[in-house]
Design a protein around this ligand. Structure first.
Ligand SMILES: Cc1cc2nc3c(=O)[nH]c(=O)nc-3n(C[C@H](O)[C@H](O)[C@H](O)COP(=O)(O)O)c2cc1C
Ligand SMILES: O=C(O)C(=O)c1ccccc1
Length: 414
């Protein structure tokens, strides 16, 4: 066997991955990146510039929300059940009418050229290889079409940073491009109509989105409607003044003003497919999402990057699931760092969980292979965590109070 073993196996299960790692270990072959998920951040810090690391690691204000997100997972504990006569767990889920082998997806993350030259292309390829849905950010360094090409036969979703109504023509153009390039689900991010107060980026004077070297503006610069708008307003083409064009694109997608609930209708009229609202943190908003007729929500606080001093996203998950879980698909992000974290979010009501910063660290460390490593690590960890807890499938762990309890509190398991 060669070091190509894992790559040559077109469909290794997470368990195959673990077995091959130990076999290679017998031949003194060590994996290029650690399996200790708590170390990826520090390794990425060594690799990236201070600005780039500050950008991904950075959070709003004193990092309280970010810290709360991580601490919230420690308030819950899995409870292993014994003598459950079962095979390896079935990790598959069905969401929006499609079956997926695993309950995780790639969170939308902008400006990926900051982290690796292969940028979104690497992430989109890694996601397709690992059969994990890929979500492309509007703030990407790669166009909608090129990311789709890299993602190939993978399942892809498009995350919209939503221009105000006066720019509905640009919104319609982005949606049309996404549809034509095979993006299936529309994810509308509601919590970032302007960037939060982020001390690390401000200390570095660093906003990659404003940079004219096409780090986060590729989707705008390749959009015919945005190009026409820029020409009309500035009397020049995008290429004739890339700095002004980058600033204009930033104004269009981060206008500093939020839409209202009534505006969702426009998206429903212009997107033929499931719509998911990302950034929901209250039961009241979850109910509004349900009433307005979208298909899903992402319970998320943007990894604590927007509002400091706020509630952990995980703390809101059970409440929101109780209120709307039977009428909407509930997706979760903010603070997922390991397989056990995924298992906890599933038990507390999420159908699907988005992995954010960890895969960005993988991308920084080793491009496409690094992202694949992080996804396989989290999945392998999840697989064994469920199996060794006597949980036969992801669907059985969903909302199952027999597999999770609160530490130092209730509700406890039976
Ligand atoms: C560097 C970075 C860029 C991000 N860019 C976007 C984005 O363009 N669109 C979006 O909806 N969310 C974006 N997010 C938020 C993620 O989708 C996700 O909500 C967050 O990373 C979850 O928190 P966690 O990574 O701490 O688990 C970004 C997050 C990071 C770390
Ligand atoms: O940094 C972020 O959290 C984010 O959403 C974003 C905003 C602008 C450009 C790229 C990502």
């Amino acid at each position: 066997m060669s070091s190509q073993d894992i790559k040559d196996n077109p469909d290794p299960t997470p368990f195959d991955y673990q077995a091959e790692i130990y076999q290679k270990g017998l031949r003194y072959e060590r994996p290029p990146i650690t399996f200790d998920s708590t170390k990826w951040e520090a390794l990425a810090k060594e690799r990236l510039s201070a600005e780039a690391f500050g950008y991904v690691y950075g959070s709003a204000g004193k990092r309280e929300t970010s810290d709360n997100n991580l601490a919230a997972f420690k308030k819950w504990a899995l409870i292993p059940n014994r003598l459950v006569d079962s095979e390896f767990p079935d990790l598959s889920i069905e969401i929006f009418g499609q079956k997926y082998p695993y309950p995780i997806a790639i969170a939308p993350v902008g400006v990926q050229r900051v982290f690796h030259n292969d940028a979104e292309g690497a992430t989109a390829r890694a996601a397709a290889h690992e059969h994990v849905p890929y979500i492309l950010s509007t703030a990407s360094s790669t166009s909608i079409e090129k990311a789709a090409e890299a993602n190939g036969n993978g399942d892809r979703w498009y995350q919209l940073y939503w221009p105000l109504n006066e720019h509905n023509d640009i919104t319609a153009s982005l949606l049309k491009r996404a549809k034509e390039s095979g993006y299936r689900v529309l994810v509308v991010t509601l919590d970032t109509y302007i960037l939060g107060w982020r001390p690390s980026d401000m200390d570095n004077g660093y906003n990659p989105f404003l940079r004219a070297d096409e780090i986060g503006v590729e989707i705008g610069f390749s959009d015919p409607c945005f190009r026409a708008h820029f020409k009309e307003k500035h009397g020049k083409t995008v290429e004739e003044d890339v700095s002004a064009a980058a600033a204009e694109w930033a104004r269009v997608v981060f206008p500093g003003k939020s839409h209202g609930w009534k505006d969702i209708k426009y998206l429903q009229e212009n997107w033929d497919g499931p719509i998911v609202l990302k950034g929901i943190q209250t039961v009241a908003d979850a109910k509004k999402a349900k009433d307005i007729g979208v298909q899903g929500i992402v319970v998320s606080n943007h990894g604590g990057r927007q509002v400091d001093g706020s509630v952990a996203s995980l703390d809101m998950l059970p409440k929101i699931t109780d209120a709307v879980g039977d009428s909407l698909e509930i997706i979760y992000d903010s603070g997922i760092r390991s397989g056990a974290d995924v298992a906890k979010a599933l038990a507390l009501g999420a159908k699907l969980v988005l992995v954010g910063r960890p895969y960005v660290y993988g991308l920084a460390l080793q491009g496409e292979e690094g992202v694949r490593h992080v996804l396989r690590s989290i999945l392998g960890d999840l697989d064994l965590t469920l199996h060794l807890s006597g949980i036969e499938s992801v669907s059985k762990s969903h909302l199952n109070k027999d597999v999770i309890c609160m530490v130092n509190g209730n509700p406890t398991a039976n």
